[in-house]
Design a protein around this ligand. Structure first.
Ligand code: 0X9
Ligand code: ZN
Length: 302
């Protein structure tokens, strides 16, 4: 198998980030957007294939949840594909010609590290609660949108939203970066697993997003079906998954990024979080097709 068809340790991913930037000095920059609770750097790769003024941008983050290993693998796959197929694949060329792409490969490095060393099933970050009794905040409950509903204030629970909105340095780093770049970023995508879903706002309420019809990504799901014979369901999070607040997708949407998605990659429960490495290429290729379909659609609409 190739490098991209394996899961990598955090150290390997940091090395890969540096190498990717070094090998592509004209098109890839590394941006340090903050650091984790345990003081690990949060690096974003900026892919920028030309310097036309007034360029738009898209954002992809991976690894909010530590045990969802296919997610960082996807971010690496996406960057590799972009760098390899610019000017070969028409969709990726079109996207990169008109947008900068910000990629955060591991938003929760402390948790990711912990799943490699200690507990494969860990989900949250590794911040120690005030009482000192329990560890970890669910970063996807910690964003400042209707904070608390559908999550738990008990630090011992898996979906603990933290002591207050944006209490966690990982959340702050992403939120601050997107606030600074909200005038250019038109598309927000966050990669999770598993269940094969293309989710869009809202999750914190059953209200319909005002551009609901533009967000209905049936075309992406249809193309995955056609090319890869896999089924992805799509719809607003509250309706197709469960209502919950504090998620990054709803937060980005309310910040003004009108195309905002959570993609839940393979599988649908057979292996769950333990998706075997032999499934990485299939999972990433179909997710890539969804990302490209959505990005092209944003270009057409805006
Ligand atoms: O519950 C989550 O955070 C996501 N599912 S996961 O199994 N990867 O944990 C879904 C997030 C959907 N969006 C929001 N809830 N805002
Ligand atoms: Zn997740």
């Amino acid at each position: 198998s190739t490098f991209y068809e394996r899961y990598h340790t955090l150290e390997e991913i940091y090395d890969w980030i540096n190498r990717t930037a070094q090998d592509n000095p004209r098109t890839v920059k590394v941006i340090l957007i903050g650091s984790s609770y345990e003081k690990r750097p949060l690096y974003v790769l900026k892919l920028s294939f030309n310097d036309r003024p007034n360029r738009k941008a898209m954002w992809i983050d991976c690894g909010i949840h530590a045990r969802e290993w296919i997610s960082p693998a996807f971010c690496m796959w996406f960057v590799h594909h972009s760098l390899s197929f610019y000017q070969q694949n028409s969709e990726i060329t079109r996207i990169l010609d008109s947008m900068d792409v910000y990629v955060l490969p591991v938003m929760n490095p402390d948790g990711y590290k912990y799943t490699w060393t200690t507990r494969r099933w860990w989900r949250k970050n590794r911040s120690i609660s005030k009482s000192g009794f329990c560890v970890g905040v669910d970063l996807n409950r910690n964003f400042d949108v209707d904070w608390v509903k559908g999550s738990s204030q008990n630090p011992c629970e898996e979906i603990n939203c933290g002591p207050f909105p944006e209490s966690e340095p990982e959340t702050q780093a992403v939120a601050n970066f997107l606030r600074r770049h909200k005038d250019t970023v038109q598309l927000y995508i966050t990669i999770h697993s598993y269940s094969q879903m293309l989710i869009f706002p809202y999750s914190y309420t059953f209200d319909q997003a005002e551009n609901h019809n533009d967000l209905m990504v049936q075309e992406a799901a249809q193309r995955i079906k056609r090319y890869y014979r896999n089924t992805y369901t799509y719809g607003p999070g509250a309706a197709i998954l469960y209502p919950c607040s504090g998620g990054s997708d709803d937060w980005a949407y309310k910040l003004g990024i009108k195309y905002s998605f959570t993609f839940e990659l393979q599988d649908r429960g057979e292996y769950g979080f333990l998706l075997p490495p032999s499934h990485i290429s299939g999972a990433c290729n179909e997710a890539l097709l969804a990302v490209k379909t959505v990005a092209v659609k944003v270009l057409e609409k805006t």
